[in-house]
Design a protein around this ligand. Sequence first.
Ligand SMILES: *[C@@H]1O[C@H](CO)[C@@H](O)[C@H](O)[C@H]1NC(C)=O
Ligand SMILES: *[C@@H]1O[C@H](CO)[C@@H](O)[C@H](O)[C@H]1NC(C)=O
Ligand SMILES: *[C@@H]1O[C@H](CO)[C@@H](O)[C@H](O)[C@H]1NC(C)=O
Ligand SMILES: *[C@@H]1O[C@H](CO)[C@@H](O)[C@H](O)[C@H]1NC(C)=O
Ligand SMILES: *[C@@H]1O[C@H](CO)[C@@H](O)[C@H](O)[C@H]1NC(C)=O
Ligand SMILES: *[C@@H]1O[C@H](CO)[C@@H](O)[C@H](O)[C@H]1NC(C)=O
Ligand SMILES: *[C@@H]1O[C@H](CO)[C@@H](O)[C@H](O)[C@H]1NC(C)=O
Ligand SMILES: *[C@@H]1O[C@H](CO)[C@@H](O)[C@H](O)[C@H]1NC(C)=O
Ligand SMILES: *[C@@H]1O[C@H](CO)[C@@H](O)[C@H](O)[C@H]1NC(C)=O
Ligand SMILES: *[C@@H]1O[C@H](CO)[C@@H](O)[C@H](O)[C@H]1NC(C)=O
Ligand SMILES: *[C@@H]1O[C@H](CO)[C@@H](O)[C@H](O)[C@H]1NC(C)=O
Ligand SMILES: *[C@@H]1O[C@H](CO)[C@@H](O)[C@H](O)[C@H]1NC(C)=O
Length: 717
Amino acid sequence: MKICKLLVLAFALEVLAIRWPWEDDPTSTSTSIQSATSSASSTARNEVKQDNPYVPNATDCPDGDIVREAIDIHDKEKEYIQKRQEITNDNLASFLLDVAQLSNFNALSFIDDNKNKHNITIGLAFSGGGYRAMLSGAGELLALDNRYGDLSLKGLGGLLQSSSYISGLSGGSWLVGSLALNDWLTVAEAALEDSGIWELDDLIFNPSGINVVKTVQYYYALYQAVNAKGNAGFETSITDVWGRALSYQFFNEDTSDYGGENVTWSSIQKSDSFANHSMPFPLLIANGRTPGTLIINENSTVFEITPYELGSWDPSLNSFVDLNYMGTTLDAGRPNSSQCVTNFDNAGFILGTLSSLFNQALVRVQSDSDLNFAVQKVLEMSLQPFSENNVDIATYKPNPFYNIENGNLKSIVSDPVLHLADGGEDSQNVPLYPLIQSQRGVDIIFAYDNSADTESKWPNGTSLVHTFQRQFADQGLGTPFPYVPPVSEFVSKRFNERPVFFGCDAANLTDLVEYHDSGVNETDIPLVVYMPHLHHLFESNKSTYKMSYDKEEIAGMIQNGFEVSSRGNYSDDRAWPTCVGCAIIRRQQERLGQEQSDECKKCFQSYCWVGKIEDTPQQSIGSFNTVGLTALLFSRSLTSNESGSSQSSTSSGQSQSQSSLSQTSQISVAPGSTFQTSTIRAGSSLQSATSSTSSQGIGSKSTWNGLLMVLSVFSLF
Ligand SMILES: *[C@@H]1O[C@H](CO)[C@@H](O)[C@H](O)[C@H]1NC(C)=O
Ligand SMILES: *[C@@H]1O[C@H](CO)[C@@H](O)[C@H](O)[C@H]1NC(C)=O
Ligand SMILES: *[C@@H]1O[C@H](CO)[C@@H](O)[C@H](O)[C@H]1NC(C)=O
Ligand SMILES: *[C@@H]1O[C@H](CO)[C@@H](O)[C@H](O)[C@H]1NC(C)=O
Ligand SMILES: *[C@@H]1O[C@H](CO)[C@@H](O)[C@H](O)[C@H]1NC(C)=O
Ligand SMILES: *[C@@H]1O[C@H](CO)[C@@H](O)[C@H](O)[C@H]1NC(C)=O
Ligand SMILES: *[C@@H]1O[C@H](CO)[C@@H](O)[C@H](O)[C@H]1NC(C)=O
Ligand SMILES: *[C@@H]1O[C@H](CO)[C@@H](O)[C@H](O)[C@H]1NC(C)=O
Ligand SMILES: *[C@@H]1O[C@H](CO)[C@@H](O)[C@H](O)[C@H]1NC(C)=O
Ligand SMILES: *[C@@H]1O[C@H](CO)[C@@H](O)[C@H](O)[C@H]1NC(C)=O
Ligand SMILES: *[C@@H]1O[C@H](CO)[C@@H](O)[C@H](O)[C@H]1NC(C)=O
Ligand SMILES: *[C@@H]1O[C@H](CO)[C@@H](O)[C@H](O)[C@H]1NC(C)=O
């Protein structure tokens, strides 16, 4: 079957390679495109759009600042959250009453009486991991959505409506993005066949199957958009292409202009569901990455993207730029003319930035047994030229942070180009970072981890460990995160096979408060509910690089995700919804000095990880080999009598970890580094497509042919 597709594609490529229009010089481009496409089909779009909606657009500059220092959350976010919490407060009261069914607890007065002191703030975080993470995350999210009214399914309906924030990274950002950009569609609607999105059996890079004519149109529209941007004087990179291609999965082609060409991330502000605050405030994550350097967890710069702005809280940047105007040439935050540039934040481009998988594909391809040998070879060969060019890095030129004074990292502020890469490259695959900023006042984070850490492609807790460690580096100062065990314990105690609560007792976090010394209180450190991806009804541990799912697979992935959130329809634990309720109210109870009910104490006994601190962490943590050191810092004792989820006790966690360790050494990509999978080797050549000017780099013949090869190969698995 695959061979067959490969042959068809090879043939198609052969045909296309002859006529590929943009191989010619730009002056004759439009006519050759016209003849190529109109001879192929009468329905082909033959006019070249001069004002392609993908192209950034000049407009008058706004009155206020375009770049600001990261002192507090944006005023508009503050306003949004205030309005949102009028809604979440009501919904949370109903959730605690009807779903959690906390006994002897007056939810209404608990929330109402204390709302002037603090509103209970819930954050949901959806990890990366390609379409696997998007679809499993979709099911996990569906179980929290009270708009999905099938009464035979017992989930945590209403938790989504009670949440203030939702964050997504890579595959998780596709989930958050496709819902937010489609007016907060439900997962159930998105998964319907006529939704026009998530049509993942329409192979992403070959959307019309063997229909070469439609495929040409698709690539033509894609090419035209990217080239129009280049011609308008903006630097383009493969992220533009990748983002355009991805967009066809996120926008209904019939109702949006060529797969959301005209949709920007900031246009979420204008959607009805954002205007009436019925969606949680969406946050996306990317990593800063300079070409030719490695990303390591301790000093990565983590960027977040909201509907209002893009930037980082990290000392290396410490700034945010107004998303609307981020295409403007700025010097020290100021435009040097009265004209500013809008429409730079194309939604597909942003989502492409967050999931620039190409280089990771190269890293993985050697060890991924899902891919057959021939495909691996082709993929390796076609990726090679891009790897040298740092293809996993998206190019944002102009750099809105050029010459700003708030950030201390020269490589960002003195570079006319801003380089961003997939948020998972620093190993924090669960996007917790925006939710642990104390300015957001988050009480509890539900951390949905759909990573493929182990050899069988299940998570092993490594993401949480990295977020924990990062707080002890300069970049993480001021962002306390509760204690978690080392990965070895996640695996040996099977904490990666059932929900676990971290940071249950705020009183035990005093050392962290003292370490950070940033004016936060213990109760300002969120409680973290870890929700690892798990096999329930469907073998959902698919490869991150599986780019095509048929209807049954999509349904299976979503249903399985639902079961992860609901603990198998409560069958793993009847008390699950109650225990979730106990966790949600915990920090507020601690703030008020209220004792937990016996019911909640029991829950905490079975779900909390209890680590005793025998040393202050700052003395040892901060050096590179922190995983091992973390292990020494705690004498661990789990008071829980539950050692693992009841239905997943077949394989031995220990042997699994051993084999994935040996796998790691095989795919070692950064010799000499202890963070083998967290460091992604960047090509040494700085003279890349991303740093050459305008459309020249992306438009050249060899680049396009190589790219097509990659795109086509991706469609095969
Ligand atoms: C550019 O922006 C102006 C003002 O916002 C708008 O009227 C115009 O239609 C835009 N042009 C394009 C090509 O989007
Ligand atoms: C909590 O939310 C309500 C809106 O329901 C708002 O009036 C109040 O100011 C908020 N409290 C705090 C401490 O922000
Ligand atoms: C969930 O439980 C209810 C009642 O126990 C049952 O009717 C329903 O079929 C279950 N659903 C699933 C998906 O197991
Ligand atoms: C994009 O274009 C479509 C149709 O051409 C239109 O319906 C939609 O409102 C536009 N979206 C934005 C954000 O301008
Ligand atoms: C908010 O807007 C959406 C989209 O129009 C609508 O479905 C929803 O009912 C609205 N919610 C409220 C509370 O008005
Ligand atoms: C990253 O951290 C290491 C060790 O702490 C340091 O040597 C290195 O200079 C840092 N790199 C950057 C870009 O800050
Ligand atoms: C504005 O910025 C451009 C690009 O950086 C620069 O060439 C030009 O000299 C600047 N103009 C002024 C008036 O500063
Ligand atoms: C999925 O997990 C099962 C059991 O954990 C394992 O047997 C299987 O090989 C895994 N599949 C993949 C693609 O790794
Ligand atoms: C944290 O808040 C609690 C309750 O509001 C208070 O008792 C405690 O002293 C505070 N701790 C610090 C370090 O401010
Ligand atoms: C907090 O510390 C107390 C006393 O050392 C201990 O009994 C309890 O188990 C700890 N709780 C957690 C969640 O670590
Ligand atoms: C755990 O202990 C509680 C009582 O403390 C008991 O009800 C429950 O059945 C135990 N669970 C397991 C899995 O042993
Ligand atoms: C956990 O996963 C990471 C990759 O995400 C891997 O490097 C590490 O070896 C794994 N550890 C164990 C004990 O499975």
